[in-house]
Design a protein around this ligand. Structure first.
Ligand code: DON
Length: 300
């Protein structure tokens, strides 16, 4: 795909790559010069450039998949426990939770993702295993797995997530014991996958809910709902700027990955480990901005 080659050349020439996340020490040493981008067509055919087949830490990108699993199993009842409004606050913020009685603003900030993982764990008895198996099928990569080093690193530095979980438990918005939930959540965040894996795995959001094997994972309406929450909340307090620049539903992670969806057309995943101050990949946002500008593919 010539457009991907052009973007890779532009990214390589761009000054400033941001800084890898250092609050999870295992991520801090990732080389910020790496860059990969993959585009998956609706039939799963993937094109890529740069480090598109290099596994990286998926982190918050996984929140899209746990939301999809939970929504498909629980339906609308989920929204009694987590909202679907942009937070306007950093992804790991505690402040809104007290004003809003332990109900997080949306499923993509850490507090909201903890609620979704807690509910998925109650529904399945194995939230992280369910997620891993789902991603293996949807990506077509049977070797996709957790990075135990990242899991251990986050477990050893998880005080803020523990605070969020305990605080919500005090409002009875968490059903499982907090240490059990944190272990599930940290495993979820430690999923290691490449741009090719994640672009393919997100395909059901471009296929209006149809999975890689032709099964109905979500109704068309639910796929639309998840895309809408990605657009408004997927890049946290930068969601407005991301929508302005990229014009697609997207979800970032502090590993430096971002997935994006062109409904009815294709899915994308970009990876550049250097982050901006809001926790989004600098080269990833720039590459998606260029992709939609060059191709005209956008929801607007
Ligand atoms: O819980 C955390 O802080 C990380 N495991 C995930 C945060 C994240 O990826 C937010 N991304 N921009």
């Amino acid at each position: 795909m010539p457009v991907l080659e052009q973007i890779a050349v532009e990214i390589a020439a761009a000054p400033g790559r941001g800084t890898p996340a250092d609050y999870i020490p295992a991520l801090a040493t990732t080389d910020p010069r790496q860059f990969g981008m993959a585009v998956a067509e609706l039939d799963g055919t993937v094109y890529g450039v740069g480090d598109w087949e290099t596994p990286f830490s998926a982190q918050s990108i996984t929140k899209v998949f746990t939301l999809a699993l939970c929504l498909s199993m629980e339906g609308e009842g989920l929204w009694e426990h987590v909202g679907r409004e942009p937070s306007g606050n950093p992804f790991n913020s505690l402040v809104q939770l007290e004003y809003e009685n332990g109900i997080p603003r949306n499923p993509f900030i850490n507090a909201g993702a903890l609620v979704v993982t807690d509910r998925l764990h109650s529904l399945t008895g194995d939230a992280s295993g369910t997620l891993r198996d789902f991603l293996r099928v949807e990506s077509g990569n049977p070797d996709l797995d957790f990075d135990e080093q990242v899991w251990a690193s986050e477990t050893a530095n998880g005080d803020r997530n523990a605070a969020l979980a305990h605080f919500m438990a005090s409002y009875h918005n968490i059903a499982n014991p907090v240490p059990v939930l944190l272990d599930e959540y940290f495993h979820q965040c430690a999923i290691e996958a490449s741009c090719a894996d994640l672009a393919r795995a997100a395909g059901f959001l471009a296929r209006h809910g149809i999975g890689a094997e032709g099964d109905i994972l979500l109704t068309r309406s639910q796929a639309k709902q998840i895309n809408a929450v990605m657009l408004t909340c997927g890049t946290y307090d930068a969601a407005g700027d991301f929508a302005y620049r990229v014009g697609l539903p997207g979800k970032s992670g502090v590993g430096g990955g971002i997935i994006a969806v062109v409904p009815g057309h294709c899915t994308l995943c970009v990876w550049g480990p250097g982050l901006d101050e809001r926790g989004n990949s600098v080269s990833g946002v720039a590459a998606l901005d260029r992709f939609t500008t060059l191709t005209g593919l956008s929801v607007f």
